[in-house]
Design a protein around this ligand. Structure first.
Ligand code: ADP
Ligand code: MG
Length: 850
């Protein structure tokens, strides 16, 4: 074995080993390059605690969690090399798409999803002596979860488990307090780094800014350039070609998607000055010796989530001040260096000190499902607790997906979802696909959802610019996802030849990523029914059935994102709210759909559904209701039965329920909308007022008759409306009759008797009696009609004399009186003379009363 170079961490190793012999946890803080990753796990491997029952002496293993694939791979290879082995022997690594471990492996560098799956398979971590959480300062979600879970294990079934937190910048105190353990620190040597900021905004493309910065460097050592991602790295590589040739520079990319050989090339010393174009892997995970200049774009791809679906999304963001400082520090490891920031000092100063931990800002659905399945989510204590609102929406979504039952326990579906290292929405989609025998295609959909959009811009032409020429119109499709699947299959048939992939409108890089992800998912799944191999084997009819099943699978993953097309591209969303279908979507006609992805209420990816499927899938969420309203136009109360899903009406049909009190109330309300007077419409002209006046008069005479007041009339109306739904039906019965029916025969007869409608005068003429509120009833007739009547006629059972209007032949009143006898005696003699003169043809007897 060759001798190892001495690293700053080395003097601390004995103390680290001793501490972990006596205590269960340790927090270790040392700057990047100090030797944490390559030396500490190895020291534990070589000096295991004899007190631990799963000590390495008895064959226990060490797991190191790395936030990045590249770091896990490089660290394992380096440690193996330092032991005189190759990776896969004593030291190995396991990352997505790659497992380099063997039966001898006892030190295992893994990435986050791998550790999570280990927890699921082996919740007690049987046989594991120690877990090291590396790069803990990054505060990735999985690091925080692992910390909480491992702490829980230590407190319950695994008090012997050793736990080490390693970090480059973390202020170790809170973590050490949380674990109740010691923190050790190695300062290491650091040299001054001169920082140059951009003096103003530079709107040139990033790669040109990088090229100018490199051109201006003295280049007496290697330069490290921080860029957000592989794409930016590729562009910068092109932009630097000429300068590299001129100056004899070696331009080397460094990011997670490169082959191990390419990654090694970037790190290995070279005979020419190197320009390493790296993502933030070089910030603290990987140390490249010989770097004296750093060029910092100030940007990074940061894990976030799509606010619409909760699915993970990488976004380019400005790095925090702490990251920027860390990046600059990479230029001062071996001697004083320089850092050129491609952003201004003010920009730097306005940035937040730290990026908040992922647990405070990411979607937690996947996490909650995992922890609930292990039945620990309620028992964990956290360094920083997950926000209650995020947990609540995760709980809600998992319940909707059928992963949790009503009690919140993980269902069989939930357990099946856990096999997939995916957001629960996508996992649910795949579980449904296993059931329906469309798993292979569904893995393509899942991969399309998980990776970045494979469609290149320009391909999406939702009738833009083609409106006038139907020949160029893009045919409507059921689903953007199925359309992308078709394109993907097309690309697959050509074995992803980049020129063909581009020609059919796909991005080769993204398409390759989808292919890799879909193959991985295919290995995990257990399709239930037998599926034919490739889609190309399928008949059109089979294809149609497959597609229908796939659309159902999409619905299974997005039960809360159902939309109904209101008109054009306007969508009404389940649960309320509106959204627009983007021009990028090919789902032009479908009246019902699932809004799979949207930015700012513009739905980019949609997938059609049939409303019946909602009933099939979510019967318990369908609300049946009957809405009854009065319709002015038809003057009818109409009832409509509807079935709705989260406020979206699936189906409506007229409903008639015979004794619907609600309908009667609505009808009565409609009658009275313009006040009590409108009741008169439901009786012959004038009849209602006249009858009511008579009834009211009768009541003043006989208190036993019910008061026919507004309240009474309202009661009558309600009784009338019972069993009826329209004005037409109400008109069929006079409202006067209705009142009489309501009063009953006794009181009605009394009213007729006490307040007769007419009276017959002595001369034989029948006259109408006028009843008015607050006034005694009166009659009017020609004076001669009263000849022969000595007494004033009476009503009210003889109690109330009528007020009599005595009219001359010209119909003018000659006298108004309620004392006919007194009239004959006192006034008639003089009036008679006058009348005799004026109307000599009429007879004017001297004593007409007798
Ligand atoms: P830390 O984890 O503290 O940042 P590492 O253990 O990763 O430090 O690295 C310590 C030192 O080991 C680095 O400064 C570097 O010089 C060297 N080193 C680590 N890995 C490699 C590698 N794959 N190739 C060459 N040198 C390496
Ligand atoms: Mg490290």
């Amino acid at each position: 074995m060759h001798s190892l170079p001495t690293l700053p961490i080395d003097p601390l190793l004995p103390e680290i080993v001793r501490t972990l012999d006596e205590e269960s946890s340790l927090v270790l803080e040392a700057p990047p390059g100090a030797g944490k990753t390559t030396r500490v796990p190895r020291a534990l491997l070589e000096h295991p605690s004899p007190r631990s029952p799963t000590s390495l002496a008895s064959g226990g293993e060490i797991i190191v969690l790395e936030p990045r694939r590249l770091a896990a791979r490089l660290a394992a290879r380096r440690v193996a090399e330092e032991l005189g082995e190759t990776a896969g022997e004593t030291v190995g690594y396991q990352v997505r798409f790659e497992d380099v471990t063997g039966p001898k492996t006892r030190l295992r560098f893994v990435t986050e999803a791998i550790l999570t799956r280990r927890f699921v398979r082996d919740p007690e971590l049987a046989g594991v002596g120690a877990v090291v959480l590396d790069e803990f300062h990054e505060r990735h979600l999985h690091g925080d979860v692992a910390l909480a879970y491992l702490r829980h294990l230590q407190r319950t079934s695994r008090p012997d488990l050793r736990l080490v937190l390693m970090s480059a910048t973390l202020d170790a105190e809170p973590a050490a307090r949380f674990l109740g353990c010691k923190s050790l620190r190695s300062e290491g040597k650091r040299f001054d780094v001169r920082i140059e900021h951009a003096t103003g905004a530079d709107d040139r493309p990033l790669e040109l800014q990088v090229a100018s910065a490199i051109r201006a460097l003295p280049m007496d050592g290697d330069a490290l350039v921080f860029l957000p991602g592989a794409r930016e790295i590729r562009r910068a590589q092109e932009a630097l070609e000429k300068l590299a040739a001129e100056r004899g520079l070696l331009v080397l990319p460094l990011h997670g998607d490169l082959s191990p050989a390419e990654q090694d090339r970037a790190i290995r010393p070279a005979d020419r000055p190197k320009v390493i174009l790296a993502t933030n892997v070089a910030e603290s995970s990987v140390t490249i010796d010989g770097v004296v200049a750093v060029i910092d774009s100030g940007l990074a791809r940061v894990m976030g989530h799509d606010p619409w679906s909760g699915l993970p999304r990488l976004r380019i963001e400005k790095v925090s001040r702490a990251s920027a400082t860390q990046r600059a520090g990479r230029a001062g490891r071996t001697r004083p260096g320089v850092c050129v920031r491609l952003y201004t000092k003010i920009d730097f100063e306005r940035r937040p000190e730290h990026q908040p931990p992922e647990i405070a800002r990411l979607d937690l659905a996947e996490l909650l499902l995992e922890l609930r399945a292990r039945k620990v989510d309620r028992d964990l204590t956290w360094l920083d607790a997950p926000p209650p609102a995020a947990l609540a929406s995760a709980e809600e979504l998992l319940t909707r997906l059928g992963a949790f039952d009503a009690k919140g326990d993980v269902t069989p579906i939930g357990h099946r979802m856990l096999r997939f290292p995916l957001h629960p929405r996508t996992a649910r989609l795949l579980v449904e696909a296993e059931e329906r025998g469309v798993f292979d295609d569904a893995t393509v959909l899942a991969a399309l959802l998980g990776e970045r959009d494979v469609r290149t811009a320009g391909r999406a032409r939702f009738d833009r610019g083609f409106g006038r020429d139907p020949a160029h119109d893009v045919a409507t499709e059921d689903s953007d996802l199925l359309q992308m699947r078709d394109l993907f299959r097309e690309a697959q048939e050509t074995r992803f030849a980049p020129n063909i992939v581009r020609a059919i409108g796909l991005d080769p890089g993204a398409t390759f990523a989808v292919d890799r992800a879909h193959k991985q998912l295919r290995r995990i799944g257990r399709p239930k029914k037998s599926e034919p191999g490739g889609a190309s084997l399928a008949t059109p009819d089979f294809q149609r059935r497959t597609d229908t099943d796939l659309l159902k699978c999409v619905l299974a993953g997005y039960p809360d994102r159902v939309a109904r097309r209101v008109r054009g591209r306007t969508l009404a969303m389940s649960g309320g709210g509106r959204a627009e279908l983007s021009e990028a979507s090919v789902v032009r006609d479908a009246p019902w759909l699932v809004a799979v992805d949207a930015d700012d209420k513009s739905v980019r990816i949609a997938s059609a559904i049939e409303p019946d499927w909602l009933i099939e899938f979510f019967a318990d969420r369908i609300v049946e209701s009957t809405r009854t309203t009065f319709v002015r136009a038809s003057e009818r109360v109409e009832s409509v039965s509807s079935m709705s899903y989260e406020g979206l009406v699936l189906d409506e049909s007229p409903a008639n329920r015979p004794d619907d009190t609600k309908a009667a109330e609505l009808l009565a309300e409609a009658v009275l909308a313009d006040g009590m007077a409108s009741l008169a419409r439901f009786a012959p002209e004038g009849a209602l007022d006249a009858w009511v006046a008579r009834a009211r008069f009768a009541q003043t005479v006989d208190a036993s008759i019910p008061r026919v007041d507004d309240a009474f009339l309202r009661q009558v109306l309600l009784a009338q409306c019972a069993g009826r739904r329209s004005f037409a039906e109400l008109r069929a019965t006079s409202f006067v009759d209705a009142i009489q029916t309501h009063l009953g025969p006794g009181p009605t007869a009394r009213i007729f008797a006490l307040a007769p409608e007419r009276i017959t005068l002595a001369a034989g003429r029948s006259v109408k009696i006028h009843y008015e509120p607050e006034k005694p009833p009166h009659i009017a007739s020609r004076l001669q009609d009263f000849f022969g009547m000595n007494e004033t006629p009476r009503v009210g059972g003889g109690k109330v004399p009528l007020v009599v209007h005595l009219l001359a032949p010209n119909q003018r009143a000659v006298q108004v009186t309620s004392d006919l006898k007194g009239f004959w005696e006192r006034h008639y003699p003089s009036i008679r003379k006058e009348l005799s003169r004026k109307y000599p043809k009429h007879a004017w007897p001297e004593r007409p009363e007798s």
